[in-house]
Design a protein around this ligand. Structure first.
Ligand code: ADP
Ligand code: 5GP
Length: 200
C-alpha cells in the first residue's frame, strides 16, 4: 500500500576518535536494509583493515585518474590522504531502495549536501577534546604526532557541524547508539520519502 521512493543517504561525520565507526558498525549489524559505502583512499591500511571491506586502498595516481573520469560523488584530502566516494555505487544502491551510510569528513559532506538534497547529515560529538585524546590513545592505531594533528582538526570540524541535520553526543555509548538508530528509523517513516501504491 505504501512504499519508499528510493533509499536514504545518511552522511555521518565526526572528529576522528569520536566513536563513529563503533556506532556505525553496530547499526549495520543490527538494522537491515542499510549498507556502508566503502570509500577509496590513498592512505596505507592499518593493521586489521581489509581491502574492499574498510576501504579500497589505491595509489595517488589511480585516485587522480578516478577524479579525472568523474567517478567520485565527492572527494577530499583529509589528514594528508585522499578519500572519495564512488558515484555509481551510491546511485545504484539508492535506486534499488537500499539505505546507505557515508562515513566521510566535513569537506566531503558539504559536497554531498549540495548535490543530494534529500540526504540526512548526522554529526557525532565527543564529550570533550580531552576525552577525544583519551579515546585516540586507547584505540592505539595512530602515533602521537598523528593524534595531535587529528585533535587540531577536530576543533575546525566541530565548527562546521551546523551543516548537519542531527547532532548526537557520544558520551554514553548505548544512549548515542539508540539516538542514531532512532534517526534512521524515523527518517524511513517520513511522508515525503513515501508514495501510495494503491494496491489495497
Ligand atoms: P572514529 O571512528 O570516530 O574515529 P572509533 O569508533 O574508532 O572512532 O572510536 C575511538 C575509540 O573510542 C575506540 O577505542 C572506541 O572503542 C572508543 N569509544 C567509542 N565510543 C565510546 C564511548 N561512548 N565511550 C568510551 N569509549 C568509546
Ligand atoms: P580514517 O583514515 O581514520 O579511516 O578516516 C579519516 C577521515 O576521513 C574520517 O573523518 C573519515 O570520515 C574520512 N573519510 C573516509 N572516507 C571518506 C570519503 O570517501 N570521503 C571523504 N570526504 N572523507 C572520508
Amino acid at each position: 500500500m505504501i512504499k519508499r521512493k528510493t533509499g536514504i543517504l545518511f552522511v555521518i561525520s565526526a572528529p576522528s576518535g569520536a566513536g563513529k565507526s563503533t556506532l556505525c558498525k553496530r547499526l549495520l549489524s543490527e538494522v537491515s536494509g542499510i549498507e556502508f559505502s566503502v570509500s577509496f583512499t590513498t592512505r596505507a591500511p592499518r593493521s586489521g583493515e581489509v581491502h574492499g571491506r574498510d576501504y579500497f586502498f589505491i595509489t595517488r595516481e589511480e585516485f587522480m585518474a578516478m577524479v579525472n573520469r568523474g567517478d567520485f560523488l565527492e572527494y577530499a584530502e583529509v589528514h594528508g590522504n585522499l578519500y572519495g566516494t564512488s558515484k555509481s555505487f551510491v546511485e545504484e544502491k539508492l535506486r534499488k531502495g537500499m539505505d546507505l551510510i557515508l562515513d566521510i569528513d566535513v569537506q566531503g559532506a558539504k559536497q554531498v549536501f549540495s548535490k543530494m538534497k534529500e540526504c540526512v547529515g548526522i554529526f557525532i560529538f565527543p564529550p570533550s577534546i580531552e576525552e577525544l585524546r583519551k579515546r585516540l590513545i586507547k584505540r592505539g592505531t595512530d602515533p602521537e604526532d598523528v593524534i595531535e594533528k587529528r585533535l587540531k582538526a577536530a576543533r575546525w570540524e566541530i565548527a562546521q557541524s551546523h551543516m548537519y541535520h542531527y547532532w548526537i553526543l557520544n558520551d554514553d555509548l548505548e544512549e548515542a547508539y539508540q539516538q542514531l538508530k532512532g534517526v534512521v528509523l524515523a527518517e524511513r517513516a517520513k511522508r515525503e520519502r513515501m508514495e501510495l501504491t494503491w494496491n489495497i
